[in-house]
Design a protein around this ligand. Structure first.
Ligand SMILES: O=P(O)(O)O[C@H]1O[C@H](CO)[C@@H](O)[C@H]1O
Ligand SMILES: O=c1cc[nH]c(=O)[nH]1
Length: 234
């Protein structure tokens, strides 16, 4: 086991889906994986391993925010040998042409800061998705006729934003949506020669004020999970 994950060596697959919400990990594992078994309960941050179309897959909660995601992604990569990490998360839409329940494939993830920033110092590294995963996820979404957008997102450090000017600049620069983890996931994946992608479902709209309840955020995002799985094994 690692510091924050109780799984035994070999219990975690090379392909890991990472929702922020550990209960979404449980729901997705039970709904989409064959023979899912719980491999982590430490801190209630559930992880499950099973198979999808015969391929081993782990679905491990990341918690909310980049510091939490950084702990789980680091341990998954460094201690358990994960190679493909796909975030399956909710996001708030920032553009009028993006609707609640649409899927967003994050080509890049801007941020004000992320845990790697202290290490990168003066470098303004551009966190980006793995192109092969991105392309395969887009193909999968198109085949399913899921409304999908590909573009830049904003990984924020706060859910309760006290800087409307930050959002204004993100909107002005075409950012599709805000969430809280992808920029650090992309940076860590690049550092460790892994593949990463964030597949997001729009749970609320910052312009219209539309908002999905918590149970839908936990359990209604099946398209996103299947798109992520299809992309991982394309
Ligand atoms: O639905 P998840 O994956 O948790 O993602 C989004 O939801 C949380 C905020 O409600 C943040 O983690 C944000 O990134
Ligand atoms: O971080 C997030 C996630 C969903 N919706 C938001 O507005 N922000």
């Amino acid at each position: 086991m690692s510091t924050h994950i109780g799984a035994k060596p070999g219990d975690i697959a090379q392909t890991v889906l990472m929702p922020g919400d550990p209960l979404r990990a449980k729901w997705a594992a039970e709904k989409f994986l064959d023979a899912p078994r719980c491999i982590n309960e430490v801190r209630g941050m559930f992880g499950f391993t099973g198979t999808w179309r015969g391929n081993p897959v782990t679905i491990q909660g990341s918690g909310m925010g980049m510091p939490s995601l950084s702990i789980y992604a680091n341990e998954l990569i460094r201690d358990y040998g994960a190679r493909t990490l796909i975030r399956i998360g909710s996001a708030g839409a920032m553009q009028e042409n993006v609707n609640v329940r649409d899927v967003i494939l994050a080509m890049t993830a801007s941020s004000v800061g992320n845990p790697s920033r202290a290490m990168l110092r003066e470098i303004h590294y551009a966190p980006h998705a793995d192109y092969g995963l991105l392309r395969a996820a887009h193909d999968a979404a198109m085949a399913r006729k899921t409304p999908v957008h590909v573009g830049g997102i904003y990984s924020s450090d706060t859910f309760y934003n006290e800087r409307p000017d930050l959002h204004e600049q993100m909107v002005r620069h075409g950012i599709l949506a805000v969430e809280m983890e992808a920029a650090e996931l992309y940076t860590l994946a690049a550092r460790h020669d892994c593949r990463a992608l964030a597949v997001l479902t729009v749970s609320d709209h910052l312009i219209t004020g539309e908002d999905l309840p918590a149970i839908e955020r936990e359990q209604s995002f099946g398209d996103m999970v299947e798109i992520a799985l299809e992309a991982a094994f394309a």
